[in-house]
Design a protein around this ligand. Structure first.
Ligand code: FRU
Length: 483
């Protein structure tokens, strides 16, 4: 059965079949290129190679032919791309117009099951890739050694590659001068790892500190497959310093409390765009969860990206905390409703009176915390059973996504996902992006994020603001259709 009503408009989905992690995100001549783990012939994981899509505005994506297909001998697992502007690798063609692109990926050998780090290069601006004849770059005979993340470290003028030893919960750091020969420099982990988990898809980026123009820290992200607080997969982060060889945690960032990037269930294996304009790293992730990804009942596609987000660090109570701000570089349609200073009841009546239909919205809400006596929630997909509820809950003083109506999907994971409000702030402020089967909530200036798949009933097309018996003034209410 086709479930096109669930298809997002501003989140990439493949026309057909399975995707998981984003790979090799890179900006070339102002275009965003995204590669991804893709099974071109089936709706479950398998036959994995790199698919390819492009976007000029992070809102509209065009799928292109497979960039790096699986072969009879190997599948191509996750990895990253760098642009070899100076042809250090010597792999640029003699008459090549632009720079050669280097895609670092994990070769999964179908016979031995060994995972090794390999290189493929593109001489046509990222449309097609050829496997390098000198592969593998790194082979330690392990079946759990993967996800090369390569970047240029300006201060040491060297190239750095992170790879996980998945079962050992370790990130191995390698360095190179020529992008081909790699030497081991250090190991990080298993700091703060929970038992019964594995580490995947390491990412290390220098992230600016909000409001401090000259300050930044290095942040290491690791995708945790199993053993998260809620059981499935999720992303953990560490704040520290990196000298080109070794990542060292800040004293203020002890590992006794695990720091989660997202408090929903569906944000995994995020990767930043190489060569993104601006000073903030820009990233996106796979919106699903390994504990139920293969059962998500969308068809004919299975898997979607998150919205892209700029990341920064914000000082919260003396601790640098990750903040994410959703980014599309397209002009959204005009809001259908913009209110300032009206009460919740007045706003709710206007929303009801407009009899709005659709499953693709951005909503912004702001109120003074002291004015809220009852939850303030957006109800999406109303009119066909229980809605999905997203917003602020006074009882737990948390932001919430309540997707219980999506039972029986998500393998028993259908529940209320919450993140505590920052009690140092006076206001309750959140922004929700609802797009087909996805919902993303960004609150408290982006330090509280919940990304979830939410399969409200396909016939549910309505939207409502719920404020209970209370009637607080709303400083901001804005409702904008997405596309
Ligand atoms: C993460 C992951 C990676 C691996 C890829 C395989 O979701 O398991 O570790 O490279 O997916 O598709």
């Amino acid at each position: 059965m086709s479930t096109e009503a669930w298809r997002p408009r501003m989140h990439f989905t493949p026309a057909r079949h399975w995707i998981n992690d984003p790979n090799g995100l890179v900006v070339l001549d102002g275009r965003y290129h995204a590669y991804f783990q893709h099974n071109p012939s089936g709706s479950i994981w398998g036959e994995i190679g790199w698919g390819h899509a492009v976007s000029d505005d992070l809102a509209h994506w065009q799928e292109l032919p497979l960039a790096l297909p699986a072969t009879a001998e190997e599948m191509a697992f996750s990895g990253s791309i760098v642009v070899d502007h100076d042809n250090l690798s010597g792999l640029a063609g003699p008459d090549q117009a632009g720079p050669v692109l280097l895609a670092y990926y994990t070769r999964f050998d179908r016979q031995s099951l060994v995972q090794s780090q390999c290189l493929a290069f593109s001489r046509d601006g990222g449309q097609s890739f050829e496997r390098w004849s000198g592969n593998p770059l790194l082979d330690i005979g392990s079946t759990e050694f993967r996800d090369p993340y390569v970047f240029h470290h300006a201060a040491s003028n060297r190239w750095v590659m992170l790879v996980v030893l998945a079962l050992e919960c370790k990130v191995e750091v390698y360095v190179s001068e020529d992008l081909l020969r790699w030497e081991k420099a250090s190991t990080f982990g298993p700091a703060g790892a929970s038992v019964d988990t594995i580490w995947e898809v390491p990412v290390l980026v220098e992230v600016p500190v909000h409001g401090k123009p000259d300050q930044s820290r290095w942040v290491l992200f690791v995708s945790i497959n199993g053993g998260t607080r809620w059981g499935g997969s999720g992303v953990q982060y560490y704040v520290g310093d990196f000298d080109g060889e070794r990542f060292v945690l800040d004293d203020s960032d002890p590992t006794d409390t695990v720091r989660w990037v997202d408090h929903g269930r569906d944000f995994y294996a995020p990767l930043n765009f190489a060569g993104a304009p601006g000073e903030h790293p820009l990233w996106l992730g796979w919106m699903s969860n390994w504990s139920y990804a293969r059962d998500v009942p969308t068809a004919p596609w299975r898997g979607q990206f998150s919205i892209a987000r700029e990341i920064s660090l914000v000082n919260r109570g003396g601790r640098l905390t990750l903040a994410q701000a959703p980014q599309v570089r397209a002009t959204l349609p005009a809001p259908v409703l913009t209110c300032a200073g009206q009460t919740a009841k007045q706003v709710a009546e206007q929303v009801a009176g407009m009899d709005l239909r659709g499953r693709h919205w951005r909503v912004r809400v702001k109120a003074a915390h002291a004015d809220l006596r009852q939850p303030l929630l957006m109800n999406f997909f109303t009119g066909a059973g229980d809605p999905v509820r997203v917003g602020y809950d006074t009882v737990s003083d948390s932001y919430v996504v309540d997707r219980r109506s999506a039972q029986p999907h998500f393998a028993g994971d259908s529940e209320i996902h919450a993140v505590p409000r920052d009690r140092g702030l006076d206001s309750v402020e959140f922004e929700v992006w609802v797009d087909g089967c996805t919902v993303e909530l960004f609150a408290d200036g982006g330090t509280a994020v919940i990304s979830d798949l939410t399969l409200g009933h396909q016939d549910g097309q309505g939207i409502a603001l719920w404020h209970g018996a209370s009637n607080p003034p709303l400083a901001i209410f804005e409702l904008t259709p997405l596309g």
